[in-house]
Design a binder for this molecule. Structure first.
Ligand code: DGL
Length: 250
């Protein structure tokens, strides 16, 4: 029987993952849930994020999904372990791409831009211990709020980014890790604030991992029409058009 893949984020950030997943797996059907009403997750406690994630996962499970993609670094850091214990379907999570960014290092720092919640969780501390040499965590306060309102390349996001990064960029910087899926949509604004500095993200790694896992379990759809459905806990008339706009961006 044909089953969909569930994919979710606190808001529109996960659309950057959905976009890549649809391109890589054109025969799959995805159900995307953006918890826009409760975004941002990144300023909440781990317990609060777990409670929100449980609610979203419940909604997706009712659709009988064959796999779950947590298209959110914050939700993964907070909730992937308890979800894996509880659910029998494959779960693909995300983490800031420190490991690939290491290869770009030639003496300078690697800035790791992520939500405050991600940066303060145990999962990130473990990642830093393994791959964090030269890495400097930077809390991306204010970015998600801009992206949720569709402000991805204007003066408002530029001001937020200057406030967050200018001081750090006085030091030699070899790369910036985009440790939150919302940040994929502000690449242009970031490139203007940090010209010439490579931006590293984990999106492609995540969707390739999804493809590998589905293939390994014989669950990958290799023919027939795929597609996606969008859901939101926020106002549909606001967020569904924004999601469609972001699907077409870049
Ligand atoms: N997009 C999410 C992430 O990847 C979190 C954004 C938020 O709600 O703070 O971390």
């Amino acid at each position: 029987m044909f089953k969909s893949i569930g994919i979710f984020d606190s808001g529109v950030g996960g659309i950057s993952v959905l976009r890549d997943a649809v391109r890589l797996m054109p025969h799959e059907h995805f159900i995307f849930y953006g918890d826009n009403h409760n975004a941002p997750y990144g300023s909440k406690t781990q317990a609060e994020v777990i409670a929100l994630v449980d609610r979203v996962v419940e909604i997706l499970l009712r659709r009988d999904i064959k796999a779950l993609v947590i298209a959110c670094n914050t939700a993964t850091a907070a909730a992937v372990a308890p979800l894996r214990e509880r659910l029998s379907i494959p779960i693909i999570g995300m983490e800031p791409a420190l490991k690939p960014a290491r290869n770009l290092r030639h003496g300078g720092q690697i800035l790791v831009l992520a939500t405050p919640a991600t940066l303060h969780m145990e999962k990130f501390r473990r990642l830093m211990a393994l791959y964090g040499e030269g890495a400097v965590p930077v809390e991306g306060r204010g970015i998600v709020e801009c992206v949720e309102r569709g402000h991805v390349s204007d003066g408002e996001i530029a001001a937020v980014l200057h406030g967050l990064l200018d001081e750090h960029l006085k030091q030699p910087t070899d790369a910036i890790v985009l440790g939150c899926t919302h940040y994929l949509f502000i690449k242009e604004a970031l490139a203007a604030v940090a010209p010439g500095i490579p931006l590293v993200d984990g999106n492609l790694g995540t969707v390739r991992q999804l493809e590998r896992v589905l293939g390994g379990l014989n669950l990958l759809s290799c023919q027939g029409e795929g597609g996606y459905e969008l859901m939101t806990s926020g106002e549909p008339e606001v967020y569904l058009p924004l999601m469609e706009r972001l699907m077409r961006l870049g």
